[in-house]
Each structure stands twice: as C-alpha cells, then as structure tokens.
Ligand binder design. Structure first.
Ligand SMILES: [Zn+2]
Length: 299
C-alpha cells in the first residue's frame, strides 16, 4: 500500500453506454443495485421504538429488515469510479443464511452499462465494514482474489487503522480476512482527511459511525450529490435521533448529521442512500419537526 493522496495517472477507461445518464459536471452517475441482505431492525434504528420504525421500514418474523448494497458508479474524465463494493460472495453457507444474502449481481449490473470489473479504474471505500468491502473479493480455492486488480483503492488512514485494530464495540463489523486481503493490495492509498480526490469529487470525513468514514460528494456549479454511506444508510435515518446501535459514538453522529443536513438544506444537496431498498436519493426541506425528506430522486 502507499501513503499518499495523489490519484494514479489518469486512465482512459471505457465509457458506460447509457442513453440518458444522470449527470453532474462531466460525470455520469449510475446506481448499481448489486445485492440484498437482512440485519436486525432494532440495531438499525437504535433507541427508536419498534412501533415507530416498523411503520416506515417493515420487519420480517425474525425482526430483521431488508437492506440493499447500492453502489454508486461515477464515470467521466477517463475514469470509472466505484463507491463501495457490497457483501459479495466470499461467505460461508451459515453466514449467507444468517444474512439471507441474495446472489451478487455486480457483473450483471456492470454488463447492463457495457462494462466489466476490469473497466473500474478506482474504488472509494466509505469505510471497511464488511458490507462495504467484502464484495471486492471472490474466493479462489481458499484464497481471496480481487475483482479489481487494476483499480486504485482509497480509504481513510484512520479507518484502515480502526479496521486493523477495531474497538471491541465494532469488532464484528470488521472481518479480519477481508481487511488483511485489502492490506495486501499494492494499489491501496490511505488518505488523511478531507480532500478533493478528483476535480468535482470531494471526500467529507465523519467519525461517529466508525473512525474515518468518508462521504463522497460529486458537484458542479449547479448540482451536488452526496453519498451518505452509513451516516444516513436509509432515508428513514434523516430525523436526527434515528441513529443506529452500530454507531460507536452516537453523540458525534448527532452532530455530524446536523451539520450535513444543514448544508444539504442550504445548498440543495441530493443525499444518496447506499442501503435503502425503497429510496435511492432525496433532497431535504425544513418543516416544524425538523429537516425531512422533500423530493425522492432516482438516478
Ligand atoms: Zn453499511
């Protein structure tokens, strides 16, 4: 791995084929809906009573709710940049059953755009919890093989350190097998704080869910979209107190949500949700209760 912030030499990647992509500046943005899995509904909504969250997000008989792994693909300026990689396939049968993990459709989703995993030039990891990093690998015998051997991989140094030496509270979120395999990738770049990684693509850091989580902001003079990672995994997490039990520092999450929502309101950001099966993205507005979703957006 290399400890610098500079992207690799600009590539000339194949462009996705799509007649009317959603664009910001010189980038086309696509949602890749690659997988479904289930997690405990109580853990996803923290101290919010079940009768409240269940009205918004239905639970199954095991009290679990459905999540998606929705990956954001940002294409332009000679690059195909993927944000996160989902759960993937390198799981035991027991864990596949615990998560009710659906088949991994990354290849199909890329094929729909005329691309393969080899056309991905860069992968930005919002953070290294298993549902964001494991999809990068597939099992070959008993080894993990990267699906993106040519791509440059970006993660915050703080988050990589947290993943290598996790706090006991979030130990279950980091699977050593995937973190070790990532650490062996020669194209891994560890970033130090907020940065404009590429022209029109900035990384914003937040630390309450896990140290060094990065949100991905794509912007031009007219429009801004922010991939909210696990600060707002669902549109239902927009109310300030609807936060997850998984968060290591809930009070910090309160402050970070307040800051991001305030900017989203003032600057008309589109917030993008990586785990919400129903809502891909939304703008926000102020009402008497606080900041709430305004217009739902599909890429
Ligand atoms: Zn997640």
């Amino acid at each position: 791995m290399q400890k610098d912030q500079k992207p690799a030499t600009p590539a000339q990647a194949k462009s996705p084929s799509h007649s009317q992509p959603f664009t910001i500046g010189s980038y086309s943005l696509f949602s890749l809906n690659v997988q479904e899995f289930f997690l405990d509904g109580g853990a996803m909504f923290g101290v919010v009573p079940k009768p409240l969250w269940e009205k918004v997000v239905p639970a199954d008989t095991l009290n679990r709710i459905k999540l998606v792994a929705r990956l954001l693909l940002i294409s332009g300026n000679g690059r195909n940049i993927l944000v996160d990689t989902g759960m993937g396939t390198a799981w035991s049968e027991k864990l596949q059953s615990i998560f009710s993990l659906s088949p991994f459709k990354l290849h199909e989703e890329l094929r729909r755009l005329g691309l393969t995993t080899h056309d991905i030039t860069d992968v930005i990891f919002t953070h290294l919890h298993y549902d964001h990093v494991a999809g990068m690998f597939e099992l070959q015998g008993d080894h993990l093989r990267s699906l993106f051997p040519e791509a440059t991989l970006y993660v915050q140094a703080d988050n990589y350190q947290a993943a290598c030496h996790p706090h006991p509270k979030e130990k279950a979120g980091y699977v050593p097998l995937f973190i070790e395999a990532l650490g062996q990738q020669k194209n891994l770049r560890l970033l130090n704080g907020e940065t404009e990684l590429f022209e029109g693509i900035s990384l914003l850091t937040v630390h309450g869910h896990t140290p060094g989580q990065q949100l991905v902001k794509v912007f031009d003079n007219h429009r801004t979209l922010v991939h909210c990672a696990d600060l707002f995994p669902f549109a239902a997490h927009i109310p300030i107190s609807w936060i997850m039990s998984y968060d290591i520092e809930p009070l910090k999450v309160f402050d970070e949500k307040t800051y991001i929502l305030d900017r989203a309101l003032k600057e008309s950001w589109i917030l993008y949700f990586g785990h919400d099966p129903m809502h891909e993205a939304a703008t926000v507005r102020q009402d008497q209760k606080g900041i709430v979703p305004d217009r739902f957006v599909a890429l």
